[in-house]
Design a protein around this ligand. Structure first.
Ligand code: PLP
Length: 476
């Protein structure tokens, strides 16, 4: 494709854009239990207007747009208050959870360079339920990682096992509030104590859970401590573009104090232009997400969120009760929030995913890691609540249908092929062989059971490789 020689008119541009969307997920219906975080039409309109009104303002230049500094400070203050931070706690608005986590780790690394310059190979200790964005940050920043298996019943971080891997190189412990896959809060209290005892920092990844958890607690759920009231917690990330329903590109990273936050900031005067100064990773970016995030918190308000999350909690509990009554299914771990991992020892959950998709339900298929179960992830959101009875009825039917699926052969073939491979064997021929095992020839099929089963049976490093190859092919 080339830039059109003569520009298209407005109507034509919009028509063509709309045409691109043909195969997209229909998230507005409320039948997706993942992927989109939609507060419904009325609030969506407010978000849109706020976003558009700040679309062209550039957050790089707070000097010429004082409104952006004021908006960010007000928004970050709301977030700090929400997590019981005191006057010392400071933070910044970022483009998302990945950026917030990346900054927390960069801050920890640069803090170490000043406070513990004797450390040459800094290490971060994280539970094996920690989100991929933390692994990404570790890789990008050139830090080492020590992964500690969580307790396989509660799916919470194992504090004693964490203690055992602390070394002279450790700079940071990580806990989640909550983990994405199992929706549980790690024992942040005990991790905080460990951090204090060993003079370490502790980052709480609250990207997905930190906003909703205080509301669940107020609604009577027994939520473990995870916020700034816990001694030893040095930073918390909290996304607003998830369950606060802000437009995408909205997260906050918060630190115990400004001394720590200073390590996050970047300035460069070693060039011929303006002095480059950034609070976060990106430079030029639209202020749309900032204005929209401020708008959505201000518009829904505390009472509005509490009412919303009451509905979400009721729906979540109803789904959990229904799953308890279906012999073939169980919820892995004990979720503290609105997210569930639906697993089975009796049917193949990837076949169940296919059947649910036929009924227009959209869940997220997730893979097993070591001895954990492959499962279907659902995040219960406000838009889903009206569908809960229908979902439960379809879930029961789909479990029956999934019983006749046979995906085991794909798993077995994958395992025996994958086990014989050396790292040097990961080439295009192998790639095509994996696709053949999954029954992919040409385009992607409607039913993903075989593909998911194949990927689940691969070793983690092989799956990473396969997906990178695939994405490298997909994108121009
Ligand atoms: C626990 C957790 N941390 C970090 C992230 C990364 O967030 P983002 O996709 O906004 O970069 C996610 C995303 O789901 C998450 O669940």
């Amino acid at each position: 494709m080339k830039i059109p020689e003569i520009g298209l008119n407005r109507d034509e541009v919009l028509k063509r854009l709309e045409a691109y969307r043909e195969g997209d997920l229909n998230w507005k219906e409320g039948k997706a239990f993942a992927f989109a975080y939609d507060p419904g039409k009325e609030i969506r309109e407010v978000i849109k207007e706020a976003y558009m009104s700040f679309l062209s303002e550039n957050t790089l230049y707070a000097d010429v747009y004082p409104s952006l500094l004021a908006l960010e400070n007000d928004l970050v203050s709301m977030c700090i208050e929400h997590l019981n931070g005191d006057q010392q706690v400071s933070g910044n608005f970022t483009a998302g959870g990945t950026e917030s986590n990346m900054l927390a780790l960069k801050t920890a690394r640069d803090n170490m360079r000043v406070k513990k310059p004797q450390i040459v190979n800094p290490e971060v200790i994280l539970p094996d339920t920690a989100h991929g964005s933390l692994h990404k940050a570790i890789e990008f920043l050139g830090i080492e990682k020590r992964i500690v298996p969580v307790n396989r019943k509660t799916f919470r971080a194992d504090v004693e096992a964490t203690r055992r891997v602390i070394s002279a190189n450790t700079i940071l412990l990580v806990g989640s509030a909550t983990s994405f896959a199992h929706g549980v809060v790690d024992p942040v209290d005990a991790l905080g104590q460990l951090a204090v005892e060993h003079d370490l920092l502790l980052h709480v990844d609250g990207c997905i859970g930190a906003f909703i958890l205080p509301y669940f607690r107020r609604l009577g759920v027994s939520v473990p401590s995870f916020d700034f009231t816990v001694p030893g917690v040095s930073s918390i990330s909290m996304d607003l573009h998830k369950f606060a329903y802000a437009a995408k590109g909205a997260s906050v990273i918060m630190y115990r104090n400004k001394e720590l936050r200073r390590h996050q900031l970047y300035a460069c005067a070693e060039w011929t232009g303006y002095t480059h100064i950034n609070t976060t990773l990106l430079s030029s970016k639209t202020a749309g997400p900032l204005a929209a995030a401020w708008a959505v918190l201000s518009h829904i308000g505390d009472k509005g969120y509490l009412e919303m999350f009451q509905e979400v909690l009721n729906a979540r509990d109803k789904i959990i009760r229904a799953i308890e009554e279906i012999d073939e299914l169980f919820v892995e771990g004990t979720p503290d929030t609105n997210m569930l991992a639906i697993a089975s020892h009796d049917i193949n959950v990837f076949a169940l995913w296919d059947e649910l998709k036929e009924c227009d339900w959209h869940l997220q298929a997730q893979f097993g890691y070591e001895d954990t179960c492959k499962h279907l992830h659902i995040s219960v959101m406000i838009g889903n609540t009206k569908w809960v009875d229908q979902f439960i009825a379809d879930l029961k039917d789909c479990v029956e249908k999934a019983k006749s699926a046979n995906l085991d052969e794909v798993g077995e073939k994958t395992r025996s092929f994958a086990a014989a491979l050396n790292p040097d064997d990961l080439n295009m021929e192998t790639f095509l062989k994996f696709l053949e095992i999954a029954g992919v020839d040409g385009g992607l099929p409607d039913r993903w059971g075989k593909i998911n089963e194949m990927m689940n049976a691969m070793a983690p490093d092989q799956r990473e490789w396969l997906l990178k190859e695939y994405v490298n092919l997909l994108y121009r």
